[in-house]
Design a protein around this ligand. Structure first.
Ligand code: CMP
Length: 136
């Protein structure tokens, strides 16, 4: 058993489409624990820092505009191999290619609008959760 912590963010499309309960339930049903939760709107500065690894990418501006367009929910999730397992449950970045049974595969069709973010490594988790939970 490797108990670890990861971060998910339910993006503005997930909130607008009333999928909060369904998304969080999947992780709870799997056996993960929600150990912290925050409902908030990203500032542009905070979003740029959160997505700083994508700064040079052509979609960066669209990404920051989208993630700041409405409220999001950030959750800290704890359990066995949480980083890998939670990303598998989120599904492929391109929702239209995501496998059925995953969150993106079952609920979405978008790319920028892909319902959920999940940290991809322990380093990303520390950085991303710091941007959201250690600053206001
Ligand atoms: P996320 O897992 O939050 O990480 C970066 C986000 O950039 C990704 O989900 C998508 O929402 C968004 N994005 C937009 N365009 C692209 C693209 N061409 N390739 C990858 N990610 C993209």
């Amino acid at each position: 058993m490797k108990s670890e912590c990861t971060l998910i963010v339910i993006k503005p499309d997930g909130i607008q489409r009333h999928l909060i309960g369904k998304i969080i339930s999947r992780f709870e049903d799997k056996g993960f624990r929600v150990i912290n939760l925050r409902f908030f709107i990203f500032s542009r500065e905070q979003a740029s820092e959160f997505y700083s690894v994508h700064k040079a990418k052509p979609f960066f501006e669209e990404l920051v505009s989208f993630i700041t367009s409405g409220p999001v929910i950030a959750c800290l999730i704890e359990g066995n191999n949480a980083i890998t397992a939670v990303r598998l449950m989120a599904g492929a970045t391109k929702s239209f290619e995501a496998a059925p049974g995953t969150i993106r595969g079952d609920f979405g069709l978008g790319l920028t609008e892909n319902l959920i973010h999940a940290s991809d490594s322990p380093e990303s988790f520390i950085k991303e959760s710091g941007v959201i939970f250690n600053r206001t």
